[in-house]
Ligand binder design. Structure first.
Ligand code: GRF
Length: 220
């Protein structure tokens, strides 16, 4: 039997990608982005499409990926964005990998780093050299940190979950929150169906978060 879920109107505000009462200022000069991606790269795609549609004043200078199979590579090629493979298996430590990432980002003049599905823990080596780093996580932080966040939400039986874009600090999934979006958990949800609906919201808040982060950086 199909069940129709009607959201309490009080929850409608949770659909909003960000609870800002003012528009996000668009910078006059595009911010130079460095993307870190490990897998499908659908968040990277959302960023690239928003830039191409002139909805985001930014330029992706380079995309770094750590997994030779990452679909993100094809997306970078489609958008004529330089892509650099830094396979973590080729480095003796997390710090060594981060040193290589820093070298690439500095070479491309990156101002803001975006972890768009980067499945590696970053170290102070990266954060000290590139202090402005965003991450996207598929839960309403501080709930369900770490891997399998969607499965964690299902197991906990929460009725609302979502996604978060936050500044990155050395502690995993713990930095200051920039934007969140809420997603209802439906009774028939599997991890795949719930993650798919979360990703629709991720693609919206990712773009808004970059605009917001840029405004914050330019104001300082
Ligand atoms: C997203 O769900 C993101 O929240 C998490 O990894 C996933 C990456 O998806 N960190 P994609 O590669 O951007 O499609």
């Amino acid at each position: 039997m199909t069940q129709t879920i009607v959201l309490n109107p009080a929850l409608e505000s949770l659909r909003s990608p960000c609870l800002l009462n003012h528009p996000i200022p668009q910078p006059s000069k595009p911010i130079k982005l460095g993307i870190l991606a490990s897998g499908s790269g659908s968040n990277f795609e959302a960023i690239a499409q928003a830039i191409a549609a002139h909805q985001l004043a930014a330029q992706v200078e380079v995309m770094v990926y750590n997994n030779p199979e990452a679909k993100a590579l094809q997306r970078a090629q489609n958008h004529n964005i330089p892509a650099q493979l830094l396979n973590h298996r080729d480095y003796p430590s997390r710090e060594a990998l981060d040193r290589a990432i820093v070298e690439v980002f500095h070479r491309y003049g990156v101002e803001l780093v975006v972890m768009a599905g980067w499945m590696r823990i970053v170290t102070p080596v990266l954060l000290n050299a590139c202090p402005h780093v965003l991450n996207i996580h598929p839960s309403l932080l501080p709930s369900f940190k770490g891997i399998h966040a969607v499965e964690q939400a299902l197991a906990a039986g929460v009725k609302i979950t979502g996604c978060t874009v936050h500044w990155v600090v050395p502690e995993l999934d713990s930095g200051p929150i920039l934007i969140q979006a809420a997603v209802p958990v439906l009774p028939e949800d599997t991890a795949d169906t719930l993650h798919a609906r979360i990703q629709v919201q991720e693609h919206r808040i990712m773009v808004d978060a970059i605009a917001l982060a840029t405004a914050q950086l330019r104001a300082t």
